[in-house]
Design a protein around this ligand. Structure first.
Ligand code: IDP
Ligand code: MG
Length: 153
């Protein structure tokens, strides 16, 4: 069963010209892009996005960060995409994220971290609903899906 995840290229990723590199990682992995838009996220929407972190010491800071400059907002789809995307992203901040991961390769900040990815099916559903209407998500097959997602059983 294919699932979907919300991926944002955050303000530093857009400003640091990393859109192409980051999308390449997802395409190279074989994941399928099903929705995308560039947008300046209003502060009220950033608060909803990070609602699960309300009350934590970094909440106001991360809300300001997300709303500070445009983001590329995307939905990616594949079986197991949520966990695969989290692994491609790496640990929360570049200073201790694994080399080979997006955060590990492209950043060393302890505040900015280039990318957001949903952490569970429940948060993916909530987060996708904040940014996209159902009809804005494109349902299609990749021509090589049989090879990309093939099994032996
Ligand atoms: P994640 O993005 O790896 O899932 P979360 O713990 O869900 O990390 O935190 C959400 C976002 O809040 C992080 O991506 C980061 O931008 C910010 N954040 C998390 N912890 C801190 C912190 O200790 N200081 C500053 N910002 C933080
Ligand atoms: Mg998170």
């Amino acid at each position: 069963m294919q699932e979907r995840t919300l991926i944002l290229i955050k303000p530093d990723g857009v400003q640091r010209h990393k859109i192409g590199f980051i999308i390449s990682r997802f395409e190279d992995k074989g994941l399928k892009l099903v929705a995308a838009k560039l947008m300046q996220i209003p502060e009220a929407l950033a608060r909803k996005h990070y609602a699960a972190h309300e009350g934590k010491p970094f909440f106001e800071g991360v809300v300001k960060y997300l709303a500070s400059s445009p983001c590329l907002v995307m939905v990616w789809q594949a079986e197991g995409v949520i966990q695969m995307a989290r692994k491609l992203m790496g640990a929360t901040f570049g200073f201790d994220a694994e080399p080979g991961s997006i955060r590990g390769d492209f950043g060393c900040s302890r505040g900015y971290n280039l990318i957001h990815g949903s952490d569970s099916p429940e948060s993916a559903e909530y987060e996708i609903g904040l940014y996209f209407k159902p009809e804005e998500i494109v349902d299609y097959s990749l021509a090589d899906e049989g090879w990309l997602y093939g099994r032996n059983d």
